[in-house]
Ligand binder design. Structure first.
Ligand code: AR6
Length: 181
């Protein structure tokens, strides 16, 4: 599914984010910037050691923060590492909002034109996927309505069921606002 928010294409796809050819992909990181399992594990396996090496110089970071490294051997030139909330630590919704908006801002500040997000925090960190879809899509749509050089923002969902949840939520948000073209 694909909609346009002002000048930016917002797209949902199902698949492995490490196969995305956007200029940047987002890693669902931890505050230590140690690439563990899930998205991070796939990035480490496919991207090679340069990514963790750069992370070691940048970490630790904060929940909701975002930092950039090389994409190593990935198709994406850059990885934007952002830390989502771990379920149960408190103020999770705001932390997920910050992680999303800080990733988008970092991309813009670095003149990056395209970005792919996973469903941050919905794996090892245990955040519900429907709430993640609502927050990440709302935050991204609001951001793209403002000043941005981003040409494409992609949400890459690993499973068909997560894709369907994001698709239903995007349809709901777009029809409530009538802001897509
Ligand atoms: N492509 C796209 N989505 C994926 C992929 C992939 N290759 N692999 C998993 N997902 P997670 P978190 C989905 O656990 O919950 C790591 O150890 C997955 O199904 O990657 O934020 C880090 O180092 C889920 O929907 O991130 C941190 O310590 C979503 O991506 C911690 O996990 C996020 O799952 C971060 O946990």
């Amino acid at each position: 599914m694909r909609v346009k928010i002002n000048n930016t294409i917002l797209e949902l796809v199902q698949g492995d984010i490490t196969e995305q050819s956007t200029e940047s992909i987002v890693n669902a990181a931890n505050t230590q910037l140690l690439l563990g399992g899930g998205v991070a594990g796939a990035i480490r396996a496919k991207g090679g050691p340069a990514i963790q090496q750069q992370c070691n110089k940048l970490g630790p970071t904060t929940v909701g923060g975002a930092v950039k490294t090389t994409g190593g051997n990935l198709k994406a030139k850059y990885v934007i590492h952002t830390v989502g909330p771990r379920m149960g630590q408190g103020d999770e919704d705001n932390k997920l909002r910050s992680a999303t908006v800080n990733s988008l801002k970092l991309a813009d500040n670095e003149n990056i034109k395209s970005i792919s997000f996973p469903a941050i925090s919905t794996g090892i960190f245990g955040f519900p996927v429907d709430r993640c879809a609502e927050i990440m899509l709302r935050t991204t749509i609001d951001y793209l309505k403002g000043q941005t050089q981003l040409e494409q923002a992609v949400f890459c969902l690993f499973t068909k069921s997560d894709f369907n949840i994001f698709q239903d939520e995007l349809k709901r948000q777009i029809s409530n606002e009538g802001n897509a073209s």
